[in-house]
Design a protein around this ligand. Structure first.
Ligand SMILES: [Zn+2]
Length: 246
């Protein structure tokens, strides 16, 4: 593993219980310069062929998440490890297998070392759905879940949840549903993570960065969306021992 020091971080006062996965559509050296000039940072960067660069020690709080929310907690820089992966398409094209292999190896070490719950391994778009799209709909969450990195679902589990209330279901998973615009953004972030077929491809990366949301939220009325939402909510409740009889 290489080491490149990023200077902007603070002391950590809260224990680590989360991994937040990001991607960036720049070269690694451009990304390091951009982070420095924006006074941002990350714990790890994974390059285009899977090389890992450590930038901030785990023991420090890197500045990668920004305004964020997951499962009732806010300001997630304080309790998370940030991992940035190089992806020229901003997570819209398949990641290089060597990147995923490196990521799996790194995540497994972090999960074991800090006892990170599987329901707390999420993407930047999950925790900041109105602002962010990374790691994108091509990120292989299903593949990673088979290595116990994050959670996937069995659609049959949708039958175990009665309610079809989108707000309640998103909230059970961990998403922010504080108002209608945020709930709709969370529904789209949910699709980026669990239902990529509903996400509209945007080849103009700078446009995508500025416009993370779609105006077309008609997918929220479809049976596949509701059933997947129920199945995922069930899976997250079960993993975190939350009651899900709703
Ligand atoms: Zn990000």
């Amino acid at each position: 593993m290489k080491y490149t020091k990023l200077p902007d971080y603070t002391e950590r006062k809260t224990s680590i219980n989360m991994i937040i996965i990001h991607c960036f559509a720049l070269s690694v050296s451009q990304m390091i310069n951009t982070l420095k000039s924006s006074k941002l940072s990350t714990h790890y960067i994974i390059g285009p062929r899977g090389g890992i660069i450590r930038c901030v020690p785990d023991s420090k709080q890197a500045w990668h998440a920004g305004k964020s929310f997951w499962n009732g907690a806010e300001n997630l820089n304080q309790n998370s490890i940030g991992i940035e992966i190089c992806s020229p398409s901003l997570g819209q094209n398949k990641y290089h297998p060597a990147q995923i292999k490196s990521l799996c190896c790194l995540c497994k070490k972090l999960i074991k070392k800090y006892n990170i719950p599987v329901s707390n391994i999420v993407g930047h778009s999950d925790i900041a759905p109105t602002r962010k799209t990374d790691p994108g709909f091509a990120f292989p969450w299903k593949e990673l879940s088979s290595a116990k990195i994050g959670l996937w679902y069995n659609l049959e589990d949708s039958l175990k949840i009665n309610t079809g209330d989108i707000n309640k279901l998103l909230s059970l998973i961990g998403y922010d549903t504080k108002d209608l615009p945020t709930t709709l953004a969370s529904a789209y972030a949910f699709c980026r993570h669990f239902l990529p077929q509903f996400v509209i491809v945007d080849h103009d990366i700078s446009h995508l960065i500025e416009n993370p949301l779609t105006q077309d939220f008609s997918f929220t009325k479809t049976e596949i969306f509701i059933n997947t939402l129920k199945a995922v909510a069930y899976t997250y409740c079960k993993a975190s021992n939350k009651p899900c009889k709703i």
